[in-house]
Design a protein around this ligand. Structure first.
Ligand code: NI
Length: 144
């Protein structure tokens, strides 16, 4: 774990009051923790724009009766097997399946994989959760 650095910032009263209210509603214990979360998110966003290696989860909801969709989903994952670490499948109800695909790899390849998933027709919902290993050479982001 890296050393802590104390910072001081100036910000308008109404903005910090709104920020504190939202942070409290989200269960963040302190203003410092809330600001740390924002900075961490910004660093992850930067890695996804300019970094080398990223990690994330792609969540998909689909009707498993649509067999062309299921076949394309499987083929796409096999085509990117060097970045797909694993996938988790849940049968939500009689029709709907949820799949969480955990990915890690070069940012452009992960983005390309995500585009290929988005291009599959018939998905009910897809979402990308961007994350990081914190190991890119140009940052020291540490999570504990
Ligand atoms: Ni299923």
């Amino acid at each position: 774990m890296s050393c802590l650095t104390r910072i001081s910032i100036s910000i308008e009263d109404d903005i910090i009051r709104r920020f504190d209210t939202i942070s409290e509603q989200q269960g963040l214990p302190t203003r410092s923790e809330a600001i740390k979360q924002l900075i961490s998110s910004a660093l992850v966003q930067y890695e996804w724009e300019c970094g080398d290696i990223v990690a994330g989860v792609i969540t998909i909801i689909y009707d498993h009766h649509k067999t062309p969709l299921v076949q394309r989903l499987l083929e796409t994952q096999h085509n990117f097997n060097d970045i797909v670490i694993c996938s988790q499948h849940a049968h939500l109800d009689h029709n709907n399946c949820m799949e969480n695909i955990i990915v890690k790899g070069e940012v452009e390849k992960v983005k390309n994989f995500h585009k290929m998933i988005l291009a599959i027709k018939g998905m009910k919902h897809t979402a990308l959760s961007m994350s990081t290993t914190g190991s890119n050479k140009d940052n020291n982001l540490q999570t504990d």
